[in-house]
Write a protein that binds this ligand. Structure first.
Ligand code: IVH
Length: 465
């Protein structure tokens, strides 16, 4: 069957409209089309592609969500290895690095640094041939990764086709795939409710998502991507800054919080500024990446076995820390849900003193095999309540016994109930003081009835302790 030129034109036009609308929505964060209109155009394109499958192209907006479930991923060798970064934890270490790279040169030229936020995600490598995305791969060990193209296609901020008039035959783009913090929290919430192991941090969640065999699940997870490295053969790009600008022109999301600095003092000021400001970002950053801007200088300095000599990561203090569990108690909430909590030796974590961490439910405690006396790693990220992410079993004291949830409510002594299909244990006594107290506090709170003066003290007085 021959396809009329009108149909071909219509298909091309729909693709362009959808691509532009998607770019405006996802990359620019400023929509140019009503959702309903987008859906309608999308369906029109889908219908035409169903009728004329020979018109389907790899860069069609309909090709973002594949319907095949992979059985495994194949390994791929990276054309250019993906290096890791050396870490610095203080201004002193940063200054040492500067001295070190300068010593390597006979004369120190004029130079500048590009500061970028270090995104806590998972590095991926993208290959474009003649402007079309042909391959996406995980970093793996830096030399060999896994081919995850069908998952990469679901990331809306990764163009399927580059916005370039005459694209070079081959382009490699690297950057960080990451999960926004709200998506991370939602995923963990769902995992906790279904009794699955929680992701310890957004990085693990992003890496786990990228290696999902079912692309439909990946699409639901809303991964995002910041591009930060561009490799084009025989191209006259002379600096990292230029690369970032070109990546943005090509249609990628490039982190807008980059800065060109002329001295380490400026780098340190940027680092300090973002130590506060990063708390308001919708994604996780764990430091600042400092890169020498000039490509010629980068080339002169080269790489060690693992790292580029021309870049370093200046890290923020950890939001994870070890401590010892002194007791495991349970908290009865207003819905009767009984949550085990670890009472720990107080420690400083992300700027506050912490002595309690949620253990979510009894399955989670069993999974961790957490016992009183254990040394654990706890973590607090952004707004999230501290939680135990790991038990250091090697440090377990002799005689530590596995934890058992109490059989009776610690508040009203009535038997606790755990429905077989749920991960949550509950107190079902509607006169339980903990439930009454929690309900009063909840209903009197600002977001409910906003009854002034009816706070925790009064609730204890009314419901009993
Ligand atoms: S540049 C040779 N830039 O941090 C250049 N990496 O600890 C190497 N990362 O493996 C990478 N944000 O996954 C670079 N703006 C950024 C980054 C970044 C996050 C990750 C990347 C790398 C890891 C090293």
């Amino acid at each position: 069957m021959t396809i009329s030129p009108e149909t071909k034109k219509k298909v091309a036009q729909l693709r362009e409209q959808l691509q532009k609308a998607g770019y405006a929505y996802y990359v620019m964060d400023s929509p140019i089309m009503e959702d309903g209109v987008y859906d309608q155009l999308y369906r029109q394109l889908q219908n035409l592609e169903t009728e004329y499958p020979e018109l389907i192209t790899a860069d069609s907006p309909t090709q973002r969500i594949g319907d095949q479930v992979a059985t495994r991923f194949t390994s791929v060798k990276h054309n250019i290895p993906l290096y890791s970064l050396e870490n610095a934890f203080s201004d002193r270490e940063l200054a040492k690095w500067e001295t070190r790279w300068q010593k390597q040169l006979e004369t120190i030229p004029e130079f500048s640094y590009v500061c970028e936020l270090k995104i806590d995600g998972s590095a991926i490598a993208l290959t474009y041939e003649n402007g079309i995305l042909v391959r996406g791969a995980t970093r793996g060990d830096g030399v060999t990764g896994e081919e995850i193209t069908q998952n990469i296609r679901t990331i809306r901020t990764i163009p399927l086709k580059l916005n370039l008039e005459n694209p070079p035959s081959k382009i490699e783009v690297r950057g960080e795939a990451f999960l926004p913090l709200n998506v991370f929290a939602t995923i963990n919430q769902a995992r906790s409710e279904s009794g699955e192991a929680l992701f310890a941090n957004p990085r693990n969640a992003a890496a786990g998502t990228l290696r999902q065999l079912d692309a439909q699940i990946v699409a639901q997870r809303q991964l995002n991507f910041f591009a930060y490295t561009l490799h084009i053969e025989n191209q006259a790009i002379s600096s990292q800054w230029e690369s970032l600008e070109l990546l943005q022109k090509m249609g990628f999301l490039v982190n807008p919080n980059r800065k060109l600095c002329n001295s380490l003092a400026e780098v340190e000021a940027y680092f300090n500024e973002w130590d506060t400001a990063r708390k308001t970002l919708p994604y996780m950053t764990d430091g600042v990446v400092v890169k020498l801007n000039d490509y010629q200088l980068q080339q002169q300095l080269g790489f060690t076995q693992k790292f580029p000599r021309w870049a370093i990561a200046l890290k923020y203090p950890a939001e994870e820390t070890p401590t010892i569990v002194k007791d495991i108690i349970v908290n009865v909430g207003r819905t009767g849900a009984v949550t085990p909590m670890a009472v720990m030796q107080p420690v400083q974590l992300a700027g506050t003193t912490v002595q309690r961490a949620t253990l979510h439910n009894s399955d989670r405690v069993a999974q961790l095999d957490l016992r009183v006396g254990d040394t654990v790693i706890i973590r607090k990220a952004g707004e999230i309540i501290p939680e135990v992410v790991k038990v250091l079993t090697d440090l377990r004291p002799a005689g530590a016994v596995p934890y058992q949830m109490p059989r009776n409510c610690p508040e009203c002594s009535s038997p606790l109930v755990r429905p077989q299909t749920e991960a949550v244990t509950r107190c079902v006594n509607i006169s339980c003081p903990a439930i009454l107290r929690g309900s009063i506090i909840h209903w009197a709170s600002r977001n409910a009835l906003d009854i002034r003066g009816l706070g925790e003290k009064m609730a204890v007085f009314i419901a009993g302790k």
